[in-house]
Design a protein around this ligand. Structure first.
Ligand code: SF4
Ligand code: SF4
Ligand code: FES
Length: 296
């Protein structure tokens, strides 16, 4: 609950340090819209009546219900992606007041405390826009495919209990397993630049997808994929495929493209120790390369 004066200032002889202001009855929202992939973007302003416990998703729902801009022009609902509504799926990631974060956990009163003037919503800049705030994150998932970020099973029959995992190993693995593929680390990474291809005339869907995946594979894989390699390579069963994952990290667009700017670790909403993973992956790929050299 926001209170006008929730702690006692009188002892300091002051009544206004600007800590707590009553939230406004209404607030402005500025949304960067785009009608289709590759189309020009444009700003749209909305006025929203504040309610208790609003998040950015509820703001977008109010915008859809109002169907009018702040200038009184008719408009269509803003498109956005969401799923879990509890910061677990990563689908609602967007730039809120310039910061990459999840719309479902971005609380209006906190945003207004940061900037009482308005809330600004933009799609992530490193992924192609599908419409408005909805982006196509398929490159992020392609990177996970490229590094084989899974443990293969060859059937769904009962394979018995797996190997024992030590508590020390569990402690190291658990934080890495929390990755929700949101893309914040990629949005912040200077080495991860946007790849957006257009379908050529007469190109089949399959041919376009193959061309797009080849382009994705040449681009930087990103901190999320490097960290997942460390998660699966350090699992006793996953370790069986460790060389293939390391090979993928050493290919074009691999770990050598990381400039160690450390922006990724600063923005990860799950506080995953990405630079630790990158350091460990760097050592693992070096050892793998030396081993390969002597095994020739
Ligand atoms: S440390 Fe590497 S992955 Fe992380 S932001 Fe920097 S360049 Fe990108
Ligand atoms: S590593 Fe963190 S920032 Fe990157 S995709 Fe996973 S949860 Fe999001
Ligand atoms: S809807 Fe899943 S993280 Fe926001």
């Amino acid at each position: 609950m926001i209170q006008a004066n929730s702690h006692d200032d009188s002892a300091h002889g002051s009544h206004d340090h600007g800590e707590h202001h009553a939230p406004p009855a209404q607030f402005a929202v500025r949304v960067l819209r785009q009608d289709a992939p590759g189309a020009p973007s444009y700003w749209e302003r909305h006025t929203i009546t504040r309610e208790n416990d609003m998040n950015v998703i509820s703001v977008l729902q109010r915008i859809a219900a109002q169907s009018e801009t702040a200038d009184g022009d008719k408009t269509t609902p803003v498109a956005w992606d969401c799923n879990c509504l509890e910061e677990v799926c990563g689908a609602c990631t967007m730039l809120v007041n310039g910061k990459t974060r999840q719309a479902c956990s971005a609380l209006v009163d906190k945003l207004l405390a940061e900037n009482p003037e308005e809330i600004e919503l933009r799609p992530m800049s490193k992924f192609p826009v599908v419409r408005d705030l909805m982006v196509n994150r398929s490159r992020l998932f392609r990177a996970l495919q490229k590094v084989q970020a899974w443990i293969p099973v060859d059937g769904y029959y009962d394979m018995g209990s797996g190997p024992r995992v030590s508590p020390a190993n569990q402690e190291q693995a658990y934080p890495l397993s929390e990755c929700m593929s949101c893309g914040c680390c990629l949005e912040a990474c200077p080495q991860f630049t946007k790849i957006e291809l257009k379908k050529q005339e007469g190109e089949t869907d399959e041919a376009f997808k193959a061309r797009e995946q080849a382009a994705f594979d040449r681009g930087f894989v990103g901190a999320h994929a490097i960290s997942q390699v460390m998660l699966f390579n350090n699992h006793p069963t996953g370790a069986m495929n460790a060389p293939a994952r390391l090979e993928a990290l050493m290919a074009e667009g691999g770990i050598q493209d990381c400039g160690n700017a450390q922006n990724c670790v600063a923005v990860c909403p799950k506080k995953i120790p990405l630079t630790t993973s990158i350091g460990r992956a760097g050592r693992a790929t070096t050892v793998h390369a030396i081993k390969k050299f002597f095994d020739r």
